[in-house]
Write a protein that binds this ligand. Structure first.
Ligand SMILES: [Zn+2]
Ligand SMILES: [Zn+2]
Length: 313
């Protein structure tokens, strides 16, 4: 459908990785339609930090945690949810999206999670099915190999025009991919992440640093296994394949997530990703997320008009 160019509609996104690593994971996203800022909606991917840390990190960026409307959970390892933060969700009536298996597990462990259930704040998503937590946002969860099953990656399509499918074919808006805590990347996951504007991806460890670490063998083997975490090398291979399979080389931002404190260095992860992106002639900005400092609040927008230069093939 064509629109008059005077009636420009698009999406605006603010994003910060508030915390990333085995000490707690949390990503903040605010989404609004350019012409209707009052429709702005904020949410988190994972909430593995306590309420005080959440408030501190938000305050340092000038954002208000009270505006958060919902959370989307990847999996139930303890660095991705926080018992005390469940009280914050309850107080603010924040919806919590997770898989049915997650809620079974969390309800067996957490009294406060059971209170969220009683308050009707839990919603379930299913593997490989779209869900829409707020108008203009379509999310699809995809099962990934990790040793806390089930664990999910997410594809998110932000659009000014409500859609019914996350299919990237011809969709204008902003297209985001999120994958952390995965031991490898099956071909289906490469397809899942085609044609992204923004990718948040785990760069967990440098293989040599991990092998040379004084961690016990069982832990090293667990991390290196196909159900552990992505090394820098694996993440780079994954990134390369995603870009090569994409119709348009439009990846604008890469966020590197879940770096190991002992077995990785931001400089190494950054350098390896830079090499891959340079070899592919990409103009992608890289942000390396930290455990204790939020990434700067990134602003991006996509205006979709009848004169848009985006291909819809
Ligand atoms: Zn984790
Ligand atoms: Zn995990």
């Amino acid at each position: 459908m064509s629109q008059p160019s005077s009636n420009r509609q698009g999406v605006e996104i603010h994003l910060s990785v508030l915390a990333s690593g085995s000490g707690g994971n949390c990503t903040y996203i605010n989404f609004s339609k350019s012409t209707t800022i009052q429709n702005s909606s904020s949410f988190l991917i994972d909430l593995g930090i306590g309420p005080r840390t959440l408030h501190q990190r938000c305050r340092s960026l000038g954002i208000f945690p009270q505006t958060i409307r919902f959370i989307v959970l990847t999996h139930t390892h303890s660095d991705h949810w926080n018992e005390r933060s469940f009280s914050f969700l309850l107080q603010n009536k924040i919806i919590f999206y997770c898989h049915r298996d997650h809620s079974e597990e969390l309800s067996s462990m957490s009294d406060r999670f059971r209170q969220l259930m009683k308050a009707n704040l839990i919603r379930h998503y299913s593997n490989d099915e779209d869900f829409s937590p707020t108008p203009g946002l379509i999310v699809r969860a995809k099962h990934v190999p990790h040793d806390r099953s089930p664990t999910f990656a997410f594809q998110m399509q932000f659009s000014a025009n409500p859609r019914t499918s996350s299919s990237s074919q011809g969709v204008q808006g902003v297209h985001l991919g999120y994958a952390t805590d995965l031991g490898n990347f099956p071909d289906s996951l490469i397809d899942f992440f085609r044609n992204l504007d923004l990718l948040l991806l785990e760069f967990n460890h440098d293989i040599q640093m991990l092998r040379n670490s004084n961690r016990p063998d069982f832990l090293i083997n667990r991390i290196l296994s196909g159900e552990g975490h992505l090394s820098n090398h694996q993440a780079c291979e994954f990134l390369k394949k995603i870009i090569e399979k994409s119709d348009e080389r439009k990846l604008r931002y890469l966020f590197q997530l879940h770096l190991s404190r002992d077995c990785n260095l931001p400089e190494i992860a950054h350098k390896e990703a830079t090499n891959v992106l340079n070899n592919l002639m990409m103009q992608t900005d890289i942000f390396t997320a930290h455990q204790n400092i939020p990434t700067p609040l990134l602003f991006l927008e996509n205006l979709s008009t009848s004169h848009s230069t985006h291909s819809s093939s």
